[in-house]
Write a protein that binds this ligand. Structure first.
Ligand code: GRG
Length: 296
């Protein structure tokens, strides 16, 4: 299969859904809506919504009804990027190739735009009229899944340990904690969300969870490598920022070559966990490979 055209088609579907999920920029109070849209439509790859869709397809579901849920994952991801870029956190000027949200709208509006996106996500996820394809119980399971992955036992927890580890000589288990929580949790949760939507059986759910964990790890190793070898115009942010901030990364522990080898090994494990699935899981298989071969 041609993963590039699959990604382009799905990105287009997700973008169209996102367009309807957030209020128009003209909506009062306009500053916050403009800022939310500025970051949301800055050209993200939409990896998390696409993983949810591909996981649901692997189980054989019709995914039209999944789009609001998939879109919510992107709202949460975008909120995390806006907050991560703030001076109090990573203090970055560039994101997705453009000035960061706080550089354009100021810190207060950037914080509120992040808050707005996060809360909007859960407003959408709990709107049973919008999500008619799902029973209230399954919707609750999805909300629990996504809120846990985004909170202190997931992304927020990972971000805290990441910040507190800056400039310190952290050990490998700490780096693993940061990776699996800061980035891995929402990626794993995206795959599990697609599986929940598609009513995956127990075995399928376990296999997809393992796939999500491996893909999350591969994604972060690739991100660490790109921070060293990437081009600013491709990665859309400054190169070498991890090193400048004294952050421990995979290449910091293992060097570039060994990190690349490990990324490939992790992708192989992701693909192996899909053994029980037929051709409908091919997009997931190809996505895992794309995630380590990407240039941005
Ligand atoms: C503020 C609670 C809170 C959490 C922030 C996501 C995150 C946690 C920080 C981002 C820092 C970072 C660069 C992490 C590396 C992996 C990552 C999430 C990269 C950005 O995701 P992509 O590549 O970005 O999917 P696009 O722009 O394509 O959506």
């Amino acid at each position: 299969m041609d993963i590039k055209s699959y990604l382009a088609r799905k990105r287009d579907l997700v973008d169209k859904a996102l367009e309807k999920l957030v209020p128009p920029a003209k909506t009062f109070p306009t500053s916050v809506h403009e800022a939310m849209r500025y970051s949301l439509f800055a050209g993200g790859k939409r990896v998390r919504p696409i993983l949810a869709i591909a996981a649901a397809e692997a189980v054989g579901a019709n995914t039209a009804g999944l789009l609001p849920i998939a879109g919510s994952l992107e709202l949460i991801h975008t909120y995390s990027l806006i907050h991560d870029d703030l001076p109090a956190m990573d203090d970055d000027d560039l994101r997705r190739g453009r000035p960061t949200c706080h550089k354009v709208y100021g810190e207060a509006i950037a914080i509120l735009a992040g808050d707005g996106l996060l809360n909007r996500a859960f407003e959408i996820l709990s709107d049973s009229r919008r999500l008619k394809a799902m029973s209230a119980n399954r919707l609750l399971a999805v909300i629990r899944e996504i809120s846990t992955a985004s909170g202190v036992f997931g992304m927020v927890g990972g971000q805290v340990v990441d910040m507190e580890s800056e400039g310190k000589d952290v050990d490998f288990p700490t780096l693993e904690y940061i990776h699996t929580h800061k980035t891995g949790a929402l990626i794993r949760s995206s795959v599990r969300t697609g599986a929940l939507y598609a009513k995956a059986g127990k075995r399928q759910f376990t296999a997809l969870t393992h796939y999500g964990e491996m893909v999350g790890l591969a994604f972060q190793i690739a991100d660490d490598i790109l921070d060293i070898t990437g081009k600013q115009e491709e990665i859309g942010k400054d190169v070498g920022s991890d090193l400048k901030k004294g952050k421990k990364t995979f290449p910091g522990f293992y060097g570039l070559e060994e990190s690349r080898r490990r990324a490939v090994e992790v992708v192989d494990r992701a693909v192996s966990s899909l053994k029980g699935f037929d051709r409908k899981a091919d997009p997931l298989r190809e996505l895992a490979k794309y995630i380590v071969n990407r240039v941005n």
